[in-house]
Structure formats: structure tokens, C-alpha cells
Design a protein. Structure first.
Ligand SMILES: Nc1ncnc2c1ncn2[C@@H]1O[C@H](COP(=O)(O)OP(=O)(O)OP(=O)(O)O)[C@@H](O)[C@H]1O
Ligand SMILES: Nc1ncnc2c1ncn2[C@@H]1O[C@H](COP(=O)(O)OP(=O)(O)OP(=O)(O)O)[C@@H](O)[C@H]1O
Ligand SMILES: [Mg+2]
Ligand SMILES: [Mg+2]
Lengths: 255, 217, 281, 217, 281
């Protein structure tokens, strides 16, 4: 790997880091497989591992900052975190953050119980659909897909996807609208019980979100990401997370 | 989003908060009295049971109690509850939780009434139920009102916990707006709502206290 | 006060006399025999015999802790005797078995018997949330289920008699100690009891009020109300009581004509007690 | 995840919860007394100020207060606070919030001491400060302990609110584990932790109450 | 009690006599002149003159609400006079200006003056969290800053004198009313006051205890302790007091030799009051 840029950290202000040499990554720790608590009790996840590698290459120290999703904008604006990097959907938030180029394709999908008989988005008519509060899926269903949402019996929100799946299991909701990789992760324990509708709600992209105007830092991270993809680091990371629903085909940078 | 839309969203949430608030009180104020009776009963096993109930309700987070009530029937008993159960579960958990707090307040109130009151009623021939309803209860109510007020004010804020099982009350609405608008405005409005709601509750309780202030001791 | 208390035959005592006619004049109103009472293993009454005849006023005197309150509490069913018997108007509420152990009648009978006696507590125990009017009328209406008009007439009479006119709508905390005392007497009298018990009726009052309340009790005595009065006012006890019982350490040490007991006590203990008293004040 | 890992994670969270708990008490118990003095002061403007403070602290959600304390310096004053401020902010918000509750408890306690106690001290020549420290305060402490206990037990559970500004205390850890492990086990453990913690607090407070029970009235 | 209270010259009063020597025997211990006091617009004292000489015992009697407690409270600086003057041992604490308005000395002087007098409250006001020992010794040690050995000796003497031996480690709630009363007297005496005020020392006690406490006061009188006693016990007032002031409606209606006032009151109002009293008990 190339760590030739590490000297740039000596001039901290040009990095755009709040605390020189420390890269504070804000993320939702309840959002596997992108950021979560691993079996060993420490933070892990696809996005966090990418962030760690970026730090390695830039000579920064990574700082994991699990945040309350409600406070993410305040955390970023106030400089408590340097970026939000956590399966963070660009679409619908284009103007709110300074984004890297999209690094990953994502789909918003609908998960139903296999026995439910629901096979298409049209079948969701009259059904109860649940999604996470302040999630990309919710933004979508209140925006571009509002017409579809209007056919639902109701659209519910809940703080954690985890709980949403409990609701789905016990039958109090009929479907969960969710990011594809998260859906894969959630159903990985009993894949036969659930079906991801082949018809997706949308195709969208993840990016790393920085405070508006912080292009310096964005550029550094983006350059490093491209490097990491080019030298194969990303590919092997994708393979590591393959059983949790991530494939290198979705990765967009440096190909 | 216009301020009007925001207010109307918050208003909807407020309505849910108010419903939780109202039904919780309607359910837990009387239930708490029954629990207090159990706590004061001379039948020891009942007393222990009630003590355990009170200690669990007060010793564990209401959020977990919401989970247990909402998901328990399916995960523990295999029952399908249907989606209407969401609000019902909220009310059940809130009522059970608050009944425990109220029970302890009632109990201390009942215990604080001088024994002479019961004796006087006894000598005058009042039955046990007459003594309780006519003599003891009104005095208990007067004494416990300040403590009840405290709990009621806590309840106003606790309604926001209902979102743990997906009930979108006011604070959740405020959070949703704040997130989509990238502004604290909704939070500030929510705080103002709470503050006003609390002020109204405090005012109402003060009126009730004043009402009962026609006598003292 | 005195202007408001005519010496005629007012409501409550007339009802008492009706009771008297029904049960015959020979039967004592109250008969306690062999009363023994323990609290948590400590025997507090060691076998008390006390008979109170109709129209009689009995004073109970004695040092603190001698069991005066306890005997009143047993008589008014606030405490149960361990041994001995308790009998009102010839009806036994508690009988003593072979071994002396008391056995009480059923709850219903006991409840009904409560209308036979009234108790005026040392600290009144008025219901603080009830007005004077309600304190007096509530039990006659809702315990005895008597006719509202009749109860109101009786209450009106009692209020006049007790010098409480104009205070009907007041609650106890708005009354002076003396007024509270009189309300509590009126409350007891409103049930038309055959006998009235007083536990230190003057101990919570200042001397001027004491004078007033003693006047009320004297008036009741003049109307032949049967009464048992625990008191510290020796002068008063001698004056109003027909008979005095001096208690000490859970027994009645001396009993007899009021003037005799106070002025010429026979027992050494009584002498000491009264000596201390007259010496002190 | 092994149970051991889970327990150790929860243990770390517990440590954070305990720190919040401990420092909040250390800060708010004395601060509450100062606030109570302000509330009882004869200098009216101070009284109003303190009343407003108490009413805002009790009338708005602690979560919002956390936001204001943590993000306020940046949004209102343009200060960069640095990330060490996270825990400090939590403590500031908790202390300010709890001081308001404790102040009201102290106030009612101080007001409940019979005036005769001050008068007796006055006639004996005690100075104002001697009177307060030697005569009034010990009696106030005895009287308010039960009410303080209630608040302290509420505090145990309130520590979970600290995550609003990203402090991962125990309950947050439990949620994180539940999310990654698809199981409620962590929640149940968390509930047990709370329950035990509460039981310890209740026990400790009872000991304190017993200590002071050498006299009554 | 009586065994424990030798009639000698024990600690506290000897200190009082030391005070006497210092200020000269002619100066009255307490001089109140033209005392006027209002509460919220209602005048409660209408111009009271009261002089108490060294070694004298003054009784204040009168009906409830006549201002007896108020004058004691003004004398002990618990209330401030609106008009009139207040003077201990010839030192003015409050002087009356041209228009009669009282002006008080500075806080420090007033604080220091508090050691001149002691007050025994009607309801004792003992410090419930302090033991008997601490109730008695705390103020001498930490207010007067006296030597610990000396204070402990004084306290020991007082405890014996008051019949409290063995109760040093008890807290007030473990004591009977009479014992509490005696602790509160000991607490006041421990400061070596020149004058002791009592507000109805017997009203919270039962008659036997009343006897005991009156004995204590009589003993103090025998030791020439200067005292002002508000009381309802006429017999006692007559017996122990050198002089009695009868108050009614905020003025001293009659003042004079104790026996004369009680046995042959001159004023009509005094006669009525005493008549009512002797009539009552
Ligand atoms: N409920 C009780 N439990 C235990 N002991 C009691 C109870 N009631 C009374 N006693 C004890 O019984 C004894 C007699 O008490 P009682 O109240 O009858 O005395 P008394 O003659 O009325 O005294 P006083 O003049 O002080 O009112 C006392 O030693 C008292 O401590
Ligand atoms: N702090 C106060 N505020 C208002 N009024 C007061 C206050 N203290 C006393 N008074 C009034 O002053 C009058 C005299 O009261 P005081 O207590 O001196 O009477 P007293 O002679 O001691 O009566 P008692 O024998 O009942 O103790 C009463 O009318 C009383 O209501
Ligand atoms: Mg008694
Ligand atoms: Mg008085």
C-alpha cells in the first residue's frame, strides 16, 4: 500500500481535520454490516474498515464516534466528527453535505416474510410498511416514492431496524423498507423465512458526508479511497463481507 | 417545509402524546390504588408479589418494559398480536409502570393518615369500606397530590419513550422534522410544547390542590 | 355557652331515656368484669371490674400509664379484651369462657352495638375534611340510616347546645381547640348513645376553655347522661362525678363516692397521687 | 459473540453509566442546595431567576438540555469544543438538571422544619450560619432523604439519555449488541444490571435513612 | 427529682450572681417601657411597661391572645418592638426615639446580649437530632466559646439538678414530656443567663409532671434566679411569683404582689378571669 501522503498530516489545517492527526468518524453503531459492534466487542463493519485503511494510509489516528442519529448534523457542524461514514445515502441529501463521489451502489429494497404472498411493490397495497426513522428509505417513501407509499395501509417508523425485524417476525408489520446490504445482514440468520422483493424501491449511492465546504478533507479521503480500490484492498474487503451481502460489483471508485 | 406544516406535524404527534398521557392516567391512577391495597394487605404472599411487581417496574427501564409488553406475547407465547396492538401495548406498559409508582405514593399516603381517624370512624360505626371511602381516601388524595403532580409531569416527558416500539408521538415527530430540515427549530418547538404542556398540568394540579386546601392537617 | 344550653330535656338525652325505658332501669348501662389486656406480652390491665348505672357519672383518675385510656378503648371496642366480659344494657358483647378468655360476638352484632356508646377522644379526631355540620350528621345519616329531617333537627339542637351556632360550615382547622372539643361531643351525642366516654377532655385546652367544656359536661350530667370521664382535673372530677375510680398500674386501687375519694382517699397510693397533685397546682 | 465479551462490553458501559451517576450526584447535590438558597432568598429578582431555571429544567426534556449544553457553545457562541467536551457536557447537563430537582426537594425540606428550631437557636445565640449548618441542615437531610432516593433511582435510568450526545453508556451498549447479535439477551442483561444497580442504591439509601432514624419528629 | 436538686448554690445561678456584682444591685435586670407591637396592622401590645429586678420572679397571667407570648418574644429579641425601649442590666438594646419608635443596636451587640437571657419555650423546641448532652453543651461551647471542662462540669451539675442522670445520651424523642421540659430548662441555664423566661411551662405536661416541673422552678426561685413566667397555673403563680402581671387585650390590666392579684384582684376584668378559672377547676 502507498503511505506516501503521510507527510501531509504534519500540516494539519490543510487536512481539514478538526483535531490534527485524528480522523473522527461518526456512525450509527446499530447499522450492520457498515458499522456495528463485532463479536469481539469492538467496532467493525465494512465502512469502518475502509475508514481505518484510509487513516493508515494518511497517517491519521482513527477515532470511532458512535452517534445518536438524531444528532448527526449537530455532531458534524460542531466539529465533533469529521465525517459521517456509515452506509450514508447521498440521494435526497445532495445539498446538505460535502460528499465524496459515490463509492458504492446501494438499493432500497423491501423485505417481506416468505409466506406473506407479497411478490411485488404493487402487492404492498393495503399493507403496513415499516422503516427506520430518518433513513434513506423513509426519505424515499416520502419523496420520489410517495405515490407508492400512498397505497400502503400505513407507513410506520421505528428507531432501530433490529426492532423493525422483530415486528416483521411477529406479524405486526407486513414489510420493511431498508438498505439492501442491511437487509441481507438482518436476514442472514434465517434466509428462508424472508424474501427481498426483486423489484427495488430505488437505486442509489453511498458516499462519505463531510461538513459543507470541507472539500480539503473530502479530497484527501476520496483520493485515498481510489488508491485503495486500485491496489485491491477494497476487493478483498468486499470478499470478507460477501456473506453479509456486500459485493465488489457494487463498488464504484477506482475501477 | 413551512412552519405551518411543521406545526401540524407536531400537532399530530402532540395528539398521540396526549392520548398516551390521558389513558395512562385513567388506567394507572385507579390501578395504583388496587396495587397499594395489595401492598398493604395482611395476606403475606400477595404482599410479596406486589412488592416484586413494584420493584421490577421501578427498577428497570420503561423502554424495556415496552419491549416486553409489545414483543412478549409473540416471542414468549407465540401469539400474533396484529398491528393495532402497538398503541395498546404502549398503554399497557405505561399503565403498569405508572401504577407501580402511584401505588407507592398511595401507600405512603394511606400510612400517613393518623390512626385516630380510623378509630373515630370505627367508634361511630362506619363500616370498613365507608371508613376508607368517606374518611381515609379524601384525606389521602389531598396528601398525595403533590407527589402525584411530580409523577404526572414526568409522564409528560416519558411519553416520548413510546417511540421505542414505533409509536410516533410528538418528540419523534420533532426529531424527524429536525433531521429532514437540518434545523433545531422543531426541537425548540417541541421543548416549548412540553414546557407549555407541563405548565398546564402544573396549573391544573395546583388548582386541584387549592380546591382541597379548604382544610389543613 | 351557658345562654345556649337550656337545662330542659333536649334531643339526645331524650333518646337515651327512650333506650332506658326499653331495657328496664335496673340493668347497668355498662358492665366490665375481670378485664385483662396485654400489649405484646405486657399485661396492662390486670382484671378490671367496672359497672356504670344509668344516669351515673363515673370519673377515672390515676397517673400516666395506669391504663385509663386502655380501659376506655376496650369498652369502645377499639381494643379487644384478652380476658373478661363486656356488656351493654345487659347484652354481652364479650363473654368470659371457663378459663376467663374473652369471646366476642360476631362482627355484625358488634357493629350494631357501637350506637350504644360514644367516645370523645383526647385529641378529638374530628374528620378534618368535613364541615362541623357533616361531622355531626354523617354517621346518623349514613351509618344509622336515620331520617334526614330528624337528624338535622337533632344536629341543630346540638349545635345550639354546644354554642357552635354560625360555625356549621366551618371545617375543624378553622375552630379553636374548645370548639373542636364541643364538635366532637356533638358528633358523639348525635348518635343518641346510652353512654358517653371522655378521655381527658380538657388536656388539650387552655384554662378558660377548660372551664367552658367542664360546663358542657356538667350540663350533660344534669340531664342524666350516663358518662365515664378520664380526667386530670381533680376538682372537676369530684364536682361532676357521682363515683370515682382511681387506677394505678392496671388495677382499680380505690373506687367510691367522688368526694370521699378525692377528699379522703383511703389507700396510701391514692393519697400520694392526690397529694402530689394538690401540692403541684 | 461470547457471553463474556457481552458482559465485558456491558461492563464498560456500566462504568460510563456509573461515572455519570456518580459525578452527577457529586455536582448536583451541593449545587441544588445553592439553588434552593436562591429560591428562598429575599432578593426577589434572584428568586425569579431561580424559579425560571427550575421550571425550565423540570419542564423540558433532558435530551434537549443535553443538546443545548453540548452543541450550544458552537451554535450560539461559535466555539469549537473538541471531543473531550462530550462527557463534560453530559455531566454539565445532568448536574444542572438534577440540581433543579434537588433544589425543590431541599426547599420543601427547609420550609418544613418548624420555625421554633430557628427561634430556639436564635435565642441561644447561634449565628445564622451556625443555625443552618448545625440545627437546620441535619434535620433537612433526614427529612428529604426519601425524596432524594426517588430522584437518585430515576438518575440510574436517566443515564441512558447520555447517548443523545454520543456517550455510550450501558443501555447504548446493550442496543448495539442486540443489533449485531439479533438477540434480546443483551437487553435482558441490561435490565438485570439496572435492577441490581437500583437495588444497591435503594439499599444504600435505606442504610442512610436507618442511620438517621436514631431520632424522629 | 427532689433528692437530686440540692438547695445549695449550684453553677448557673452563681454565675448569675457574678453578673449581679458586676452591674450593681440597683439596676433592674429587665426594663421594658412603652412596648408597642403590631402584626400586619393589628396592634397586639398597646404600651407595656415591665420591670424585673434581680432575683425577682414575675408571673404573667391572662386569657389566650392577650399578648403574653408576644411580650416574651419581644424581650428575647425574637420579635422587634415597633415602639418603646428594651434594656437589660442597664444596657439599652432598643431605645425609643422622639416619636416613640424603637431603634435597635447593631446585630453584633444584640447577638452578644442574647447570653443575658434564656427562654424556655412552650413546646420546648429541643434540637431533635442532638442528645440531651449536646443540647445542653453545644451553645456554651460553640456560641459562647467557653472552656470545655468548665462547660462539662456545668452540664453535669444541671443534669443532676434536673433529675436527668443517665439520660445524657438519649435524644429528645426518647424522653417524656417532663424530661424534655427539664432538658430545655437546663439548656437555657447552661448559658448562665441573668434572667430566664418561661412560656407556659406546664401546658404540655400531665398533672403529675406539672408538679415536678413546678418543683424545679420553685427550686430556681429559691436560688434567686430571676424569672418571668407566663402560666395558666394560678395556684402556682401565686405561690412562686413575687409579683404578678395580669394582661388582657395587649395591656397590663393589673400588676402587684402575687397573692394580692390572685386572691384579691382589684380590677373587674381580673376578677372575671380568675373567677372563671377557679369556677372551672
Ligand atoms: N397499643 C399499645 N401497644 C403497646 N403498649 C400500649 C399500647 N397502648 C397502651 N400501651 C401501654 O399500656 C399502658 C397503659 O396505657 P394507657 O394509655 O392506658 O395509660 P393512661 O392511664 O391512659 O395514661 P395517660 O394518662 O398518660 O394517658 C402504658 O404502659 C402504655 O405504654
Ligand atoms: N406572628 C404573628 N402574626 C400575626 N399575629 C400574631 C402573631 N403572633 C401573635 N399574634 C397575635 O397576637 C395576639 C397575641 O398573641 P399571643 O401569642 O401573645 O397571646 P398569648 O397571650 O400568648 O395567648 P395564649 O395564652 O393563647 O398563648 C393574638 O391575637 C395573636 O393572634
Ligand atoms: Mg390516656
Ligand atoms: Mg402564648
Amino acid at each position: 500500500g502507498s503511505t506516501s501522503n503521510s507527510n501531509s498530516s504534519s500540516d494539519s489545517s490543510s487536512d481539514g481535520l478538526t483535531t490534527p492527526g485524528t480522523f473522527a468518524v461518526g456512525f450509527d453503531q446499530d447499522f450492520p454490516p457498515y458499522g456495528y459492534v463485532g463479536d469481539d466487542g469492538s467496532f467493525t463493519g465494512f465502512d469502518l474498515e475502509l475508514a481505518v485503511e484510509v487513516c493508515n494510509r494518511r497517517g491519521w489516528t482513527i477515532k470511532y464516534v458512535p452517534i445518536d442519529w438524531d444528532a448527526k448534523d449537530m455532531e458534524l457542524d460542531s466539529g465533533a466528527i469529521d465525517c459521517i461514514w456509515n452506509g450514508f445515502t447521498i440521494n435526497g441529501r445532495e445539498d446538505d453535505y460535502t460528499w465524496t463521489e459515490p463509492y458504492m451502489d446501494n438499493s432500497q429494497v423491501v423485505v417481506v416474510k416468505s409466506t406473506s404472498g407479497i411478490e411485488s411493490l404493487a402487492d404492498l397495497k393495503g399493507k403496513i410498511v415499516m422503516t427506520q426513522a430518518d433513513s434513506a428509505a423513509l426519505t424515499l417513501l416520502q419523496g420520489d416514492q410517495a405515490d407508492l407509499a400512498a397505497t400502503f395501509s400505513s407507513l410506520e417508523t421505528i428507531p432501530e431496524y433490529d426492532t423493525a425485524f422483530m415486528e416483521l417476525e411477529q406479524g405486526s408489520v407486513d414489510a420493511v423498507a431498508i438498505d439492501l446490504p442491511v437487509a441481507n445482514y438482518e436476514i442472514s440468520e434465517s434466509p428462508d423465512a424472508y424474501t427481498i422483493l426483486s423489484e427495488h424501491l430505488s437505486e442509489e449511492q453511498y458516499g462519505v458526508g463531510f461538513k459543507l465546504g470541507n472539500t480539503t478533507l473530502r479530497d484527501e479521503v476520496q483520493t485515498t479511497l481510489v488508491e485503495m480500490s486500485e491496489d485491491g484492498f477494497v476487493k478483498s474487503l468486499c470478499e470478507k463481507y460477501a456473506d453479509q451481502g456486500i459485493s465488489y460489483e457494487q463498488f464504484l471508485l477506482g475501477k | 417545509m413551512t412552519t405551518q406544516t411543521m406545526l401540524s406535524m407536531l400537532g399530530q404527534g402532540m395528539l398521540v402524546s396526549l392520548q398516551i398521557f390521558f389513558w395512562t392516567l385513567v388506567g394507572s391512577l385507579p390501578l395504583g390504588m388496587l396495587v397499594a391495597f395489595g401492598r398493604l394487605s395482611r395476606f403475606k404472599p400477595l404482599t410479596w408479589l406486589v412488592r416484586a411487581y413494584i420493584s421490577i417496574m421501578r427498577g428497570t427501564p420503561l423502554m424495556l418494559q415496552l419491549f416486553v409488553v409489545y414483543f412478549g406475547p409473540y416471542y414468549l407465547l407465540g401469539l400474533e398480536t396484529g398491528s393495532n396492538y402497538r398503541f395498546t401495548a404502549t398503554l399497557i406498559a405505561f399503565i403498569l409502570n405508572y401504577a407501580a409508582y402511584f401505588a407507592e405514593i398511595y401507600r405512603s399516603g394511606i400510612e400517613s393518615i393518623p390512626h385516630g381517624q380510623r378509630e373515630a370512624a370505627n367508634v361511630l360505626g362506619y363500616s370498613r369500606s365507608q371508613t376508607f371511602i368517606k374518611i381515609i381516601l379524601p384525606q389521602v388524595i389531598k396528601r398525595v397530590t403533590p407527589a402525584i403532580t411530580n409523577e404526572v409531569i414526568t409522564l409528560v416527558k416519558d411519553t416520548s419513550l413510546a417511540f421505542a416500539i414505533g409509536v410516533t408521538e410528538m418528540f419523534t415527530q420533532a426529531k424527524a422534522i429536525a433531521a429532514s430540515q437540518h434545523s433545531m427549530e422543531a426541537f425548540v418547538l417541541a421543548a416549548a410544547f412540553y414546557y407549555v404542556f407541563n405548565a398546564i398540568v402544573a396549573f391544573a394540579m395546583e388548582r386541584i390542590e387549592k380546591r382541597m386546601a379548604y382544610y389543613h392537617e | 355557652m351557658s345562654e345556649n344550653a337550656p337545662a330542659g330535656t333536649p334531643q339526645p338525652t331524650s333518646a337515651a331515656s327512650a333506650g332506658r325505658a326499653a331495657t328496664g332501669t335496673d340493668v347497668p348501662v355498662l358492665q366490665i368484669a375481670g378485664a385483662v389486656k396485654s400489649f405484646g406480652g405486657t399485661e396492662v390491665l390486670h382484671g378490671i371490674d367496672l359497672t356504670v348505672n344509668r344516669g351515673e357519672v363515673v370519673g377515672i383518675i390515676g397517673p400516666s400509664g395506669s391504663g385509663k385510656s386502655t380501659i376506655l378503648r376496650c369498652a369502645t371496642l377499639l381494643e379487644r379484651l384478652d380476658r373478661g366480659s363486656l356488656c351493654y344494657d345487659g347484652d354481652y358483647l364479650a363473654t368470659a369462657g371457663q378459663d376467663g378468655t374473652s369471646s366476642y360476638r360476631d362482627a355484625k352484632t358488634l357493629r350494631a352495638a357501637r350506637s350504644k356508646f360514644g367516645l370523645v377522644f383526647q385529641n378529638f379526631n374530628l374528620f378534618p375534611h368535613y364541615t362541623v355540620w357533616k361531622n355531626i350528621t354523617d354517621a346518623p345519616l349514613h351509618v344509622q340510616g336515620r331520617d334526614r329531617d330528624e337528624v338535622e333537627r337533632v344536629a341543630q339542637d346540638l349545635i345550639r347546645k354546644m354554642g357552635l351556632d354560625g360555625r356549621e360550615r366551618a371545617v375543624p382547622c378553622e375552630l379553636s381547640g374548645g370548639q373542636q372539643q364541643r364538635v366532637s361531643i356533638a358528633r358523639a351525642l348525635a348518635l343518641n348513645p346510652h353512654i358517653l366516654f371522655f378521655d381527658e377532655p380538657t388536656s388539650a385546652l387552655d384554662p378558660e376553655l377548660t372551664g367552658e367544656i367542664l360546663k358542657v359536661i356538667r350540663d350533660l350530667a344534669a340531664e342524666h347522661m350516663t358518662m365515664v370521664i378520664v380526667t386530670h382535673e381533680m376538682a372537676f372530677a369530684r364536682d361532676v362525678a357521682d363515683r370515682i375510680a382511681f387506677m394505678d398500674g392496671g388495677v382499680i386501687v380505690e373506687e367510691g363516692d367522688a368526694r370521699q375519694v378525692v377528699d379522703n382517699p383511703r389507700r396510701e397510693r391514692t393519697k400520694t397521687f392526690l397529694g402530689k397533685f394538690t401540692d403541684g397546682a
